[in-house]
Design a protein around this ligand. Structure first.
Ligand SMILES: [Cu+2]
Length: 163
């Protein structure tokens, strides 16, 4: 009986500790400014372009082609392949792709099939060039820019900080 009872006691203790941790976390979250998680979806389209579906909250379209969007830090961007062809996405420019490939701050699997998704949460302000290099799509114009924050560092400085 004794071991079982002490086991029960331990279980109760652990439960109380977990509740305490949860309450603590809740308190920390509640004390900050209220911020709901925003998810923005970017389509990887059949015309070899990144495109923004209409009517999404938390994103400002700066330019349509090549796609340039502005979001706030903490926004989750989900790249969704809406085309019948594979695509991919990497934080790179046409100029530094070969040098940065494999070391970039974010990059999707090399082949994203139709309906496949890849998400990135942008926590730091910055200017993030992106492109798709599947079958040379970047050379056909499948490039874009994600601007995070209202007054972010430019692309060169964003790369420099991540090297
Ligand atoms: Cu592509």
């Amino acid at each position: 009986m004794r071991p079982r009872r002490s086991g029960l006691r331990a279980a109760v203790g652990l439960t109380l500790a977990l509740v305490g941790v949860c309450l603590g976390v809740g308190a920390v979250l509640a004390s900050g400014p209220e911020r709901k998680e925003v998810e923005v979806v970017v389509h990887m389209a059949a015309n070899m372009r990144f495109t923004l579906p209409r009517g999404q909250e938390g994103v400002k379209l700066v330019k349509g082609d090549p796609l340039t969007i502005r979001i706030q830090p903490g926004t989750k961007v989900t790249f969704l392949n809406t085309s019948p062809f594979p695509h991919n996405v990497i934080h790179a420019t046409v100029e530094n792709l070969e040098q940065i490939r494999g070391h970039s701050a974010f990059q999707s699997p090399e082949v994203m099939a139709t309906n496949q998704r890849f998400s990135v949460v942008f926590r730091e302000e910055g200017t993030y060039p992106i492109l798709c290099y599947y079958a040379g799509h970047h050379l056909a114009g499948m490039v874009g820019t994600i601007i995070v924050g209202d007054n972010p560092p430019d692309a060169a400085r964003t790369f420099a900080r991540r090297r």
